[in-house]
Design a protein around this ligand. Structure first.
Ligand code: CAA
Length: 295
């Protein structure tokens, strides 16, 4: 809508750089091009991943046209705003960069150091991390850039889920947080703000819930189907917790539980033994073809 465009331009955001063309990065790029109507540079060091991502974006846009949710003209305009680039070197004139690579602190520190070297002064450096401390990521950008770092946490599938959880680092300036909020709203999302604590709000509540469902399964409380059906039909959840764990990825669930446990030292966050064993076996959920269910 014209309101969205205005909100984005009022806060000086015309160009977005996305690092990582996986599920999350691609979803973020697509929604930014389609709804916030900004130009998007999508960077990934795998050319195959970039090509696959852009093809998926085209498929999703075509589906929306087919369903009558988007005009052909708007779909073409969104597609023309999406451009793939080889790396962060191409981000010399973006107003905001959102990093969406895998959950590894050394990798994110490296990426944020390059973003700090490349982005123009005043640009926002955002991370889609679901559990790594923003204050740590901001520290990797150096003292001048740290105030421009912010957590920008999306939910899968990005085009469907209406939330962005914003996480200010200790170093984040209020003005940067306000601009990030305006940009998330221009993308059509509702914003919540969480302090930079382990798991933020979303995963501090979701992961212990999923973990407890896995403990219920491993201690024989009920079958996996009955655990999922209880939450689906009894509480109106769109997916039961074990199906949701497969959808998110069991490796991701385990790594978030480990962050919660390590950083709080609280035994209530102990990951289920079965979850650890399944990850060791390579049963990672939907993405590996097998988790609690077969795909
Ligand atoms: N990309 C874009 N659109 C998608 C999509 C995708 N990957 N997957 C589904 N959709 C769309 C469908 O096209 C469909 O759109 P229409 O209503 O316009 O037809 C709509 O979503 C519903 O899809 P389906 O009818 O195929 O299936 P469904 O009704 O079972 O919904 C679901 C699928 C939206 C994924 C739903 O099951 C759901 O909401 N599940 C819970 C998801 C969730 O909790 N996500 C958060 C995970 S946590 C996280 O991401 C963050 C973290 O830090 C771990």
């Amino acid at each position: 809508s014209s309101f969205s465009t205005t909100a984005a331009s009022l806060h000086g955001i015309q160009r977005l750089g996305v690092v990582g063309a996986g599920q999350m990065g691609l979803g973020i790029a697509l929604v930014a091009a389609r709804t916030a109507k900004v130009d998007v540079l999508l960077a990934d060091n795998s050319e195959a991943q970039l090509a696959k991502g852009l093809k998926f974006a085209e498929t999703l846009l075509a589906k929306e046209v087919q369903k009558g949710k988007l005009s052909q003209e708007d779909a073409d305009a969104a597609r023309s705003r999406l451009k793939s680039v080889k790396g962060i070197e191409a981000f010399g004139d973006v107003d905001i960069a959102i990093e969406a690579v895998s959950e590894s602190l050394p990798l994110k520190e490296k990426i944020f150091a390059s973003l700090a070297d490349t982005l123009p002064a005043g640009a926002i450096l955002a991370s889609n991390t679901s559990s790594i401390s923003l204050s740590k990521i901001a520290a990797a950008c150096g003292p001048e850039r740290a105030s421009h770092c912010v957590g920008f946490h999306f939910f899968n599938p990005v085009p469907v889920m209406k939330l962005v959880e914003l996480i200010p680092a200790l170093q984040t300036s209020p003005e940067v947080l306000a601009r990030a909020r305006a940009f998330a709203e221009a993308m059509g999302k509702t914003v919540t703000v969480s302090q930079d604590t382990p798991g933020f709000v979303s995963n501090r509540l979701l992961m212990p819930f999923i973990n407890e469902a896995i403990i219920a399964l491993e201690t024989g409380v009920a079958s996996k189907e009955d655990i999922d059906t209880t939450l689906k039909l009894g509480m109106g959840h769109p997916m039961g917790p074990l199906t949701l764990a497969d959808f998110i990825g069991l490796d991701t669930c385990l790594s978030i539980m480990e962050v919660l446990q390590r950083e709080t030292g609280d035994t209530k966050y102990r990951p289920s033994v079965l979850l650890g064993r399944m990850v060791s076996a390579g049963w990672l959920g939907k993405k590996s073809g097998k988790g609690f269910y077969e795909y």
